[in-house]
Write a protein that binds this ligand. Sequence first.
Ligand SMILES: NC(=O)c1ccc[n+]([C@@H]2O[C@H](COP(=O)([O-])OP(=O)(O)OC[C@H]3O[C@@H](n4cnc5c(N)ncnc54)[C@H](OP(=O)(O)O)[C@@H]3O)[C@@H](O)[C@H]2O)c1
Length: 315
Amino acid sequence: MQTTQLGNTNVTVNTLGIGTWSWGDKLFWGYGDKYGPEQVKAAFNATLDAGVTFFDTAEVYGLGESETLLGQFIKERGQPVDIATKYGPAPWRFGGDAVKEAVAGSLKRLQMGHIALYQVHWPFTFFMGQETLLNALADEVQAGRIGAIGISNYDAKQMREAHDILAKRDIPLAVNQMQYSLLHRNIESNNVLKTARELNITILAYSPLAQGLLTGKYNPENPPKPEGARALDSRFSSQGLQKIAPVLNLLTQLGEKYGKTQAQVALNWLIAQGNVIPIPGAKNAQQAAQNAGALNWSLTPEEVQKLDNATQAWL
Ligand SMILES: NC(=O)c1ccc[n+]([C@@H]2O[C@H](COP(=O)([O-])OP(=O)(O)OC[C@H]3O[C@@H](n4cnc5c(N)ncnc54)[C@H](OP(=O)(O)O)[C@@H]3O)[C@@H](O)[C@H]2O)c1
């Protein structure tokens, strides 16, 4: 199975992880309506059956429910997995002890003694400075409760600052988790990817399927049903879906050569960027198995270039 070392740390995970925001989240994804515990448990098992053992979650997903479900599934299956979870800065969290408590809360819900990767979910930390927060996380690495430290949604300057704070503790900044897909290439133009490469920080690519757009199942004839949050997103409107049709056609064309789906080609393009780990969400076994199928094969450099050229509008 294809693996990637996280930055300059000694933590190595699969070059693709499964995202679990939708596991327990009612507000955005409608958990409990068209899918529920049975489907996400099947997604968990299908992920492991496909040889992928890396999952991304956060304490805020489903207000703890995503971590809780993962904890139950891990215990039942009894197979080692690598978990990436996230700390959510909040106004009432202002000292190092708050970080300690948050780590303890995640470990409890996950029913684990160790978290492979612990990330700061967003850069705005209210009354807790980055120094306090990152030093508290450095303490957690030294205590062995977390394997590596990551950040998320930090711009290039904020990422460099975080890297420098941790460097004083001789701890590498492992990842910056950023939105990145063929339809959201901002990190290529705003210096985040360039700086990550310079500092050897791995990018975890979130929403790598543009929340389902790159799977090809939504098109002007089949927009998402009005009840979901995506129905309010203009990218999923008839006009929005028409705009991406050429990209979806190219994904189909490239996929035919390899017997791969549009989603698998879109994820493979991200992996081809190097030191990028996509974390596609999966609500059921079929999606999990399909997304895992983006590993262990490669588009040619010419095919990667074709996709680059076709998505210049999203740079
Ligand atoms: N750090 C952050 O701020 C942040 C923000 C967002 C997400 N994330 C992380 O990134 C992960 C992935 O991002 P995301 O969930 O926003 O978007 P995504 O991975 O681009 O899209 C996930 C959605 O696409 C559909 N889908 C996935 N695989 C499919 C397949 N093979 N075939 C057909 N449909 C498929 C499913 O929804 P439908 O079936 O309903 O279409 C699924 O919920 C999250 O789970 C989370 O772990 C992090």
